[in-house]
Design a protein around this ligand. Structure first.
Ligand code: SF4
Length: 244
């Protein structure tokens, strides 16, 4: 496919995303606490930068609850690939032990939705891309499964589908030979809802607009702070952590 064709395809895909979002009707009352997510009748815009703040000390099951909620929402995790290291993982728990103090903690690691996303930089077809609102996605229709993005991601947050997938969730299309990762539950965000892991976290994860100083996430970050993993890489991640 020529670059022009790819660009035209990407434009069509992105426009389609906006139209689909505009067509959704939000149930009455849904936008109260969930007002942190995008109103359904608004197009994707760079005025918003979606982010998540994860308080690892208060996560149910030490982060495993995040993994379980994500699996349930998107239907991954039942693959039968024989090599554990190559199994699907949209989000995984990672145990960190400080060398000096031996203090250990566990944190869920998913796509960090970087402002300057290395995956999008190296993708030869444009399948890996960042939406205007900061959500990093893979367009499965033009992903060729080269896995450059998997090598470029410093967080090991992406995986390749090695086998045919059946009984898929309608909102999370997947395909053999394509790369996938956390979508920040974009299908929910575009309906004015919060990501599945956020809903399941009992308040330990705050989701919202990092550009809006009055959003809950911005207020908590301002008051209590929040760290990026590998902040030294300068990727300005959309996912931040407390307690690490
Ligand atoms: S935001 Fe959605 S896709 Fe990302 S880890 Fe949470 S549940 Fe999974």
């Amino acid at each position: 496919m020529s670059k022009n064709n790819i660009d035209a395809y990407r434009r069509k895909f992105l426009v389609g995303t906006g139209v689909a979002a505009a067509a959704v009707t939000v149930a009455p009352g849904l936008l109260l606490r969930q007002a942190q997510a995008k109103p359904a009748d608004e197009a994707v815009t760079d005025k918003v930068r979606w982010g998540m703040l994860i308080d690892i000390d208060n996560l149910p099951n030490g982060g495993q609850g995040v993994v379980d909620a994500c699996k349930k929402e998107h239907g991954w995790g039942n693959e039968t690939h024989s090599n554990d290291k190559q199994k699907t993982h949209w989000v995984r728990t990672v145990k960190v032990t400080e060398k000096l103090t031996k203090h250990s903690f566990q944190l869920p690691v998913m796509c960090q939705h970087c402002e300057t996303a290395p995956c999008a930089d190296v993708c030869p077809t444009g399948a890996s891309f960042k939406r205007a609102d900061g959500i990093v996605l893979v367009d499965k229709h033009i992903c060729i499964g080269c896995r450059y993005c998997m090598m470029a991601c410093p967080y090991k947050a992406r995986s390749l589908v090695h086998e045919a997938i059946y009984d898929q969730k309608p909102d999370s299309p997947r395909g053999k030979g394509t790369v996938e990762s956390c979508t920040m539950c974009v299908h929910r965000v575009d309906e004015g809802k919060q990501p599945a892991c956020v809903e399941s976290s009992g308040g330990a994860i705050v989701f919202g607009d990092l550009n809006d100083e009055n959003s809950e996430i911005s207020k908590v970050l301002k008051e209590k702070g929040g760290k990026q993993i590998r902040a030294d890489l300068g990727l300005n991640t959309g996912v931040r952590y407390q307690g690490i």
